[in-house]
Design a protein around this ligand. Structure first.
Ligand code: SAM
Length: 467
């Protein structure tokens, strides 16, 4: 068996082990005794190994799968309550020297206008995002050492954190930029980033190399070991993800869980988040060329299985997914969603949604206010909280809070207070009405009385204008 500690990520997430896992899963997909044992293990909240989880993914028995879905829902409720963290992407630059065959930013695409935000433009985008009510951003950029060097990204982060506008401020900047060096990760950490997010795209090395034929991203090992370098550079919240549709989903799922196992074994802390993007139509990209697309049912199964396999890892779904799909997977374990997103460089400033420089088609095109209202109508608490990060509760400190179960005394009041701020400062009348009723009802669900009283007091202060 593999020893995760002594192997590098690329060695640990080996093709042979994934193939053996898939074979094992296929052989056992009707082994009810084993399936029951795996589900029982998942109930203890210890998570599942990639082999165990792969057996459940291969299983097609509706009764057993229903147990998995019910468990995913239960775990979601126990750990995350009914809170959903809100964020928005901010595209800084679409200059890119890579040749990713699924991404419209690829170097050879001459149809799209290349654009990089100036600091003045960053400021205007951030103000537009603050005016919607966002407090948490994920910055996105292509890879281009000349046009978007790390210094540029750092400058943008400084600009974003410096902008105070009315009651707005961005309190957490997560970063989704190409794999880089330990030294650069250290600089990102010093700049105060939240999570460093990097999608693996695919764990299938051969496909990876074909899908990334040119540019620095071609180097599979460098890309796969990026999270280890990030952690070495002091970033302890890292976000994994694969782009579903590029390769066979069962292969990707095993690879993704092995990556999480590797991080946990080597660094003592697993991934902070897992994103589940599916490939979308985009300029110069025809998704039908990618024959491994997954339907909504498989997508939901994957989300539920990620939830039960890594119960302490947040799960992110973007506006690539429609309202209908988002509704389904939020119930099964997703803890973070974007809202009001624009996937083009400079998109938030434009009146109309620009299509020419968008990175991919956005399925959920509702405004943030609409998304917030919709979540509340479904019984969720949209949360704009960034307290853990601001209080230094990252990496294993965040994980131990989550594992202690104390998160309800911490996250529930913070979610309600940040929602209250949102309602006071940004929401439409209709959203305010629903939100106020929700806050009243949810206050009673804070377990400790003294915490509830403090929360009530803070809510009053927010009403008086304090943020
Ligand atoms: N350039 C950075 C990198 O190389 O990792 C990340 C930024 S990129 C803007 C963010 C992610 O968008 C990529 O990692 C990829 O998974 C995703 N993406 C690219 N093309 C896509 C498409 N056509 N549909 C959906 N997602 C796409």
């Amino acid at each position: 068996m593999y020893d995760p500690k002594s192997l590098k990520a690329e060695e640990f997430i080996s093709h042979e082990e994934i193939l053996e896992t898939l074979e094992y899963a296929e052989k056992n997909k009707n082994n009810e005794e084993l399936i029951d044992q795996i589900i029982e293990k998942a109930r203890t909240l210890k998570g599942l190994t990639h082999r165990e989880a792969s057996v459940l993914l291969a299983c097609e028995n509706p009764e057993k799968l229903q147990q998995v879905y019910d468990l995913a829902e239960q775990i979601k409720k126990d750990f995350y309550g009914n809170r959903i963290v809100m964020f928005a992407p901010l595209y800084l630059s679409n200059y890119c020297v890579n040749g990713c065959t699924y991404c419209p930013y690829h170097m050879k695409n001459k149809h799209i206008a290349r654009k990089k935000l100036t600091q003045e433009e960053v400021k205007r985008e951030v103000i537009a995002l603050q005016d919607m009510g966002h407090k948490r951003l994920a910055i996105e950029a292509g890879e281009d050492p000349v046009n978007n060097p790390l210094e540029y990204i750092l400058e943008c982060i400084r600009t974003i954190y410096s902008i105070k506008h009315k009651n707005g401020e961005i309190r957490r900047v997560n970063v989704n930029i190409a794999a880089t060096t330990v030294e650069n990760y250290r600089k990102l950490k010093e700049a105060g980033i939240g999570t460093y997010i990097l999608f693996q795209e695919t764990y299938h090395k051969e496909s990876y190399e074909e899908l990334h034929p040119t540019g620095p991203k071609h180097d599979y090992a460098y890309h796969t070991e990026a999270m280890d370098r990030a952690m070495e550079g002091g970033i302890d919240d890292v976000g994994l993800g694969v782009l579903f549709g590029l390769e066979r989903y069962k292969y990707e799922f095993a690879g993704l869980l092995m990556h999480a196992e590797h991080l946990e074994a080597v660094h003592g802390v697993g991934p902070h988040t897992i994103s589940v993007p599916r490939i979308k139509a985009a300029d110069d990209i025809d998704p039908s060329k990618f024959t491994n697309g997954i339907n909504d049912e498989v997508f939901a199964k994957l989300c539920a299985l990620i939830r039960v396999s890594v119960p302490y890892t947040g799960m992110i779904v973007s506006t690539r997914e429609s309202q209908k799909v988002r509704e389904k997977v939020i119930r099964l374990g997703v803890s973070q969603v974007s809202g009001g997103s624009r996937t083009s460089v400079g998109g938030y400033e434009e009146e109309e949604r620009p299509t020419d420089t968008e990175q991919f088609d956005v399925s959920d095109q509702r405004s943030l206010d609409e998304v917030v209202r919709w979540l509340m109508e479904l019984g969720y608490i949209p949360s704009f909280c960034t307290a853990c990060y601001r209080e230094g509760r990252t990496g294993d400190r965040f994980m131990s809070l989550l594992k202690s179960g104390q998160i309800h005394n911490c996250c529930q009041p913070n979610a309600l207070m940040t929602l209250k701020e949102y309602l006071m400062d940004y929401a439409s009348e209709e959203t305010v009405k629903i939100g106020e009723a929700l806050i009243d009802a949810e206050l009673n669900r804070i377990p400790k009385e003294n915490v509830r009283l403090i929360c009530e007091d803070h809510l009053k202060k927010i009403e008086e204008g304090i943020r």
